[in-house]
Write a new protein. Structure first.
Length: 71
């Protein structure tokens, strides 16, 4: 299911986005924005995993005895 989200942007930013869409072969502005959001989300997840790995390596990890311990 898709939802519509309207975003107000300054003209300069809209021109930049449209130039990128045309120059990089995106099918639409929406496709470009979805790509940016996926990239942002992937970066966020990678940062969380790095933080968790560093905590684990520092001995701050939690030993799970069952799936109930995940919460």
């Amino acid at each position: 299911m898709r939802n519509i989200v309207n975003v107000s942007l300054p003209e300069k930013l809209v021109k930049l986005i449209k130039k990128e869409v045309k120059g990089e072969g995106y099918a639409s502005v929406s496709e470009f924005i979805r790509y940016l959001i996926r990239e942002w989300n992937a970066k966020k997840i990678a940062e969380e995993l790095k933080k968790d790995r560093l905590n684990f390596e520092a001995g701050k990890g939690k030993i799970l005895k069952s799936l109930k311990d995940i919460r």
